[in-house]
Design a binder for this molecule. Sequence first.
Ligand code: GLA
Length: 383
Amino acid sequence: MREAQRYAAANWFRDCYGTDPAGVWHAPGRVNLVGEHTDYNDGFVLPFALAQGVRAAAARCGDGMLELRSRQAPGDSVRVHVESLAPGSVCGWAAYAAGVAWSLLEAGHAIGGARVAIDSDLPQGAGLSSSAAVECATAVALTGLYDAAVPLLELARLAQRAENDFVDMPCGIMDQSASLQCIRGHALLLDCRSLVTAQVPLDVAAAGLELLVLDTRARHEHAGGAYADRRRACEQAADLLGVPALRDVTGLGELDRLDDPALRRRARHVITDNRRVQAMVSLLRAGAVRDAGPLLTQAHRSLRDDFGISWPQADVAVDTAVAAGALGARMMGGGFGGSVIVLVPAGQSASIVTAIGDEFRRRGWPGPDVVPASPEAGAHLMT
Ligand code: GLA
């Protein structure tokens, strides 16, 4: 699969620019095991990288021009001088790539013009971080082309800055960190305040289990606005509680000081999800992933009832999966559409997927897509 991915991206580059690329860089999408909307609250997350992702085939361009093409949006090419990049100067998918060139330059890294041809096998809007994968593939390509030795942690911050300040989406740092820092066979425990990481072995097959990722195919047009609303609510709750971030609230009892019941629920989700990340890490380290199901289902209830970001297809998928024998399940990502993850005993995935598909069809929804998911490597130059 890797060779075919590299070949397709290099070919796309040749189609676009008529020459060979200097290299093809890959940045993966991610699945988050647990810890949702905790990253911008200085909390904890536990993602792993997928095999699927974004490839950036690229070569230097001596005249300072940045040229961007995407195989998934062939009509949408961008050609802009790197010195003229500014928030608002590039829109659509290309803003994620151009924003990274901008944030690298803003941080003083000596990168210049480049021709970049993007190719992706990540579904968009599925909650698998396709935007961060575009950012991170561009980041490793540009720093690779210009021999700029930027530590991965710093590169994750710069990719996040591209999304926050260039694209104007107030995301946290989970997706970029996962895409850049994950390693094969592991989930990445990230402390989003200190940015300290630990690689936690993740081998569900060894425990006789499978981790299913199902794209519910529901998309929400206003997810960006709702995401920003949740982030503001969390910041307001932290302010009212007199702490720098919700990460610093240790006891649920402290939430009684919040008069607004909605704010109380939002904060409760963040506090309990941070605890679930720690509990999940303990289970994984103890080789007890079989006991992780209830944590997933509790996380789903918390995201649905306290944080208010689930959607009908996710709720039905989770309930149906658990009723059909799954050990646990939850919605994943920013919310309002995208994918669910389901922990199932090996051999039962087909019947559980069928049960969910039947239930979806009964309600007139298209059946979910199964996304193959195993913990793979973070961003790298494909050789
Ligand atoms: C999106 C954001 C992340 C994170 C998740 C929710 O994927 O990009 O920073 O906040 O939502 O956990």
